[in-house]
Design a protein around this ligand. Structure first.
Ligand SMILES: N[C@@H](CCC(=O)N[C@@H](CS)C(=O)NCC(=O)O)C(=O)O
Length: 202
């Protein structure tokens, strides 16, 4: 088994944190996004859309999509449960993880993709759209701060994949100056708690 990874990229970090929380070690192969190694035929044969992370199974199957890779490990090693413990809990974790992806991660990633020098010449950039996405992410952080007034973690009282998605998204906001505001005390408390877990360094 191998995990195709690029240390600086946010989606592979989601999987690395998930694995660290599970206590699973997987050999890692770095694919350099900066030099567009992910656009070369060798990598496209593994994932034709050219994105990371990708998990190569021992039978030669390639799994892409961060959540699909996490699902594989959740099924293989259910403890600790990071994707819910029973029907209702699993549905709630999925709801919150989807929200963290759609409402936070994607706008933050789009703000970066549409305004950063890193993507200049790599993708068509629409800086105005990047600004709209930044505003939208900042609004969602306000909402999340209110949500966190009454519970410890994003999906309830236990750490889950939704915390991983939200942590990686918010940390990825730094280059576009998307930050937790001083008055967002609940969000700051949560961010401090999840950042101080050893897995956050993965
Ligand atoms: N939906 C995918 C997104 C994967 C993705 O966009 N990965 C980025 C790195 S964070 C990537 O490989 N980008 C390279 C590119 O778009 O050329 C997932 O959840 O894994």
């Amino acid at each position: 088994m191998k995990l195709y990874d690029f240390t600086m990229a946010p989606n592979p970090r989601r999987v690395r944190i998930f694995l660290a929380e599970k206590g699973i070690e997987v050999p890692v192969v770095q694919v350099n996004l900066a030099s567009a190694e992910n656009r070369k035929p060798d990598f496209l044969a593994k994932n034709p859309i050219g994105t990371l992370p990708v998990l190569e199974l021992d039978d030669g199957t390639y799994l892409a999509e961060s959540v699909a890779i996490c699902r594989y490990f959740e099924e293989k090693k259910p403890d600790p449960p990071l994707m819910g413990a029973d029907a209702k809990d699993r549905a709630l974790v999925e709801m919150w993880n989807r929200r963290m992806e759609l409402e936070l991660f994607i706008p933050i990633a789009q703000a970066f993709r549409n305004t950063s020098d890193f993507f200049k010449g790599r993708i068509p950039q629409v800086p105005e759209w990047g600004k709209v996405c930044k505003e939208s992410a900042l609004k969602r952080m306000e909402w999340l701060d209110n949500e966190l007034a009454n519970r410890q973690f994003i999906a309830g009282d236990r750490y889950t994949i939704a915390d991983i998605t939200a942590l990686v998204a918010i940390d990825f906001g730094r280059p576009t100056n998307i930050r937790i505001l001083p008055e967002q005390k609940n969000l700051a408390r949560w961010h401090q708690a999840v950042s101080s877990r050893p897995s956050a360094k993965a």
